[in-house]
Design a protein around this ligand. Structure first.
Ligand SMILES: [Zn+2]
Length: 271
């Protein structure tokens, strides 16, 4: 069986409350030996750590998602530092910038609200990169309609912090810009969707040593589970498709993506 990692899961979401133990067992049975549960705010990050303490194959990333930035404390760093020092915390995130849904698109929202929203996301992103740099960790980057801004914000940290641009759906030229900075991309079940040929083109163009695999579960279940709850076991379906696109054996995809993860997450022990 090919060993694979799910580098981006939200195991702390209540979608998994009814059968979490079975979800983790099914992942192991499918060859997924490492799952990184990603925090989206302080509470979610704490829950991710609790899961990592409970399950040997589960690790945590701690951070504050840009879409919830308005709820983040003014200075989030002291709490983040404390959480990030945990032995099973392997990255900071998810963090980044998301300018897709802006306040002005909602009733009563103004252009001024958009400016404040972007400023708050940016401040929260910077704090997370600072802590990552201090602790020698990398960042899980969420980016939507904000690639230029994300790359610009990361530049001052270039020597200390790399990112994995998770759920990557941009084109090959954007991918090349990301990997030119030393960062990686990761692909979800979207690569299996019929209408996602452009993402498969990006997969084909991405060098083998520059990407990882993830589910982003409970979202984005790959074919044939599309529309259902996603879970870490389905990294197998994603890896199968990526192997097909790359024209190389599944074992090779497993080997390189686990190696990439081991290099990117210095605290993640091999499995
Ligand atoms: Zn996520």
């Amino acid at each position: 069986m090919t060993t694979l990692y799910d580098t981006h899961a939200h195991l702390d979401y209540e979608d998994f409350n009814p059968d979490l133990v079975q979800v983790v067992e099914r992942a192991a049975a499918a060859g997924i030996t490492r799952i990184i549960s990603i925090g989206t705010d302080l509470e979610s990050s704490r829950r991710a750590i609790q899961l990592a303490e409970r399950f040997p194959g589960v690790f945590a990333a701690v951070g504050w998602h840009p879409c919830h930035a308005f709820e983040a404390p003014e200075d989030f760093r002291p709490m983040l530092r404390e959480l990030a020092r945990h032995r099973k915390v392997v990255a900071i995130g998810e963090t980044g910038l998301d300018f897709h849904h802006l306040p002005s698109g909602k009733p009563g929202g103004t252009a001024d609200d958009d400016v404040r929203y972007k400023q708050k996301q940016t401040a929260t992103f910077r704090q997370q990169m600072q802590v990552a740099a201090e602790l020698g960790l990398n960042c899980i980057v969420h980016q939507r309609d904000a690639l230029e801004d994300v790359l610009a914000e990361m530049r001052p940290f270039e020597d200390a912090v790399r990112g994995v641009f998770h759920c990557f759906v941009n084109n090959a030229s954007d991918m090349k810009r990301v990997i030119a900075t030393g960062s990686l991309v990761s692909f979800t079940g979207i690569v299996t969707f019929k209408n996602a040929q452009s993402v498969r083109d990006t997969v084909l163009a991405t060098p083998l040593d520059r990407f990882m695999l993830e589910t982003d579960c409970p979202y984005l279940a790959p074919m044939p589970y599309r529309g259902k709850r996603c879970e870490p076991a389905y990294v197998k379906e994603i890896a199968d498709l990526v192997a097909e696109v790359k024209g190389c054996p599944l074992a090779e995809i497993g080997r390189v993506t686990c190696e990439n993860a081991a290099k990117f997450f210095p605290k993640l022990p091999p499995a």
